[in-house]
Design a protein around this ligand. Structure first.
Ligand code: AHG
Ligand code: MN
Ligand code: MN
Length: 335
């Protein structure tokens, strides 16, 4: 296969839209650059002073890891230059960051989880970055929260970076899902997984079974059904749970599997489960659907959820269409 860098791929995709300004492509280049810089630090976190926590609690009520803050500040710094962005919302910041550079306001808004799975960073388990791209829609001259607070169906692009045994960037702009592997010796993302299609057969399931006591009856029934022998294969499903959404999602995307972070009644402050709509569920749902899969809250397509506030949480069930539909049917039947 001809070696194709992410820059070349972005350019090839841009050519399908004659007359565009190239700002969207420039935005993707910026994300790739920031990902390389975060990758460098993640891969040496144990050597620098980047392990452990900062003794702070973020807007999510979660302890801030040093790498959370580093990744958050780096992405904000890089994405605030170049005049492509009008507003950035991240999981780490309570409010949006409104961007204007010498009076110029960009056309795009970004929602992101700068470091996903950060509790794993200190034990050297894969972590990631998740991003979601929207077009500015507010009437005003500057970016506003309205530009970030859009339903997932309005995304013009989404993707993630996984800092694992290799660093990969996987993204879609609505023209399929494509994966790039970082060649660290030259600092280039090389196309390694063109046109990723999610296997329709589900080989494994990913859920934190430690929360089982807090699930509703439909979720419990569905997970129990995965433990029975699958008549099609003659064996039960395999259970795999890493605890980093990006890692669990990426493995399921390539090998076929369903991921669930259902609503649970463990924390009355989080009745809809732990994952954030704008920063985790919506971008992953965009990728899943572009790869031929599905993503649901259990009662609704994730991409149709109209966000009420920046840090809204939703249950997330994402995987092959047939399995997501079966989960929805079982939760409906359980009432
Ligand atoms: P983040 O590190 O951005 O807060 O995300 C962590 C999330 C997600 O990556 C993962 O799927 C989930 O937390 C795991 O939660 P549990 O440890 O409760 O299973
Ligand atoms: Mn996360
Ligand atoms: Mn995070």
């Amino acid at each position: 296969m001809r070696l194709k860098t992410i820059d070349q791929h972005i350019l090839d995709q841009q050519r399908k839209f004659p007359g565009v300004s190239g700002e969207f492509s420039g935005l993707l280049y910026d994300i790739a650059l920031a990902a390389k810089l975060v990758s460098k630090e993640v891969n040496r976190a144990g050597l620098g002073d980047l392990l452990g926590t900062l003794g702070e609690v973020n807007v999510q009520g979660e302890i801030v890891q040093k790498m959370d803050k580093y990744a958050n500040e780096l992405f904000l710094r890089i994405l605030s230059t170049g005049g492509k962005v009008c507003a950035i919302a991240t999981e780490e910041n309570e409010k949006i960051t409104e961007i204007h550079e010498d009076g110029f306001v960009g056309k795009y808004a970004i929602n992101m989880d700068p470091l996903d799975g950060s509790s794993n960073i200190d034990v050297n388990v894969s972590v990631g970055t998740i991003f979601s791209l929207h077009r500015k829609r507010s009437a005003g001259p500057r970016g506003s929260e309205e530009d970030c607070l859009q339903p997932g169906i309005k995304q013009v692009g989404a993707g993630y970076v996984i800092y694992g045994s290799s660093t990969m960037l996987v993204y879609s702009t609505g023209l399929g899902v494509h994966g790039f592997t970082l060649e660290p010796t030259v600092g280039e993302f090389i196309l390694s997984h063109p046109n990723i299609v999610m296997p329709s057969r589900c080989a494994m399931y990913s859920v934190n079974e430690g929360n089982a006591a807090y699930w509703d009856a439909g979720t419990r029934a569905y997970i129990d059904s995965l433990k029975a022998v699958d008549p099609a294969s003659g064996r039960p499903y395999t259970a795999r749970y890493i605890g980093s959404l990006v890692s669990d999602f990426h493995r399921n995307l390539l090998k076929g599997g369903i991921f669930l972070y259902p609503a649970d009644h463990k924390d009355p402050k989080k009745p809809s489960g732990k994952l954030r709509l704008l920063f985790e569920a919506a971008p992953m749902a965009f990728i899943a659907e572009q790869a031929g899969g599905a993503a649901s809250t259990g009662s609704q397509r994730v991409l149709d959820v109209v966000p009420a506030h920046l840090h809204q949480r939703v249950p997330l069930v994402v995987g092959p269409k047939s399995e997501v539909a079966r989960y929805e049917a079982m939760t409906r039947a359980a009432g």
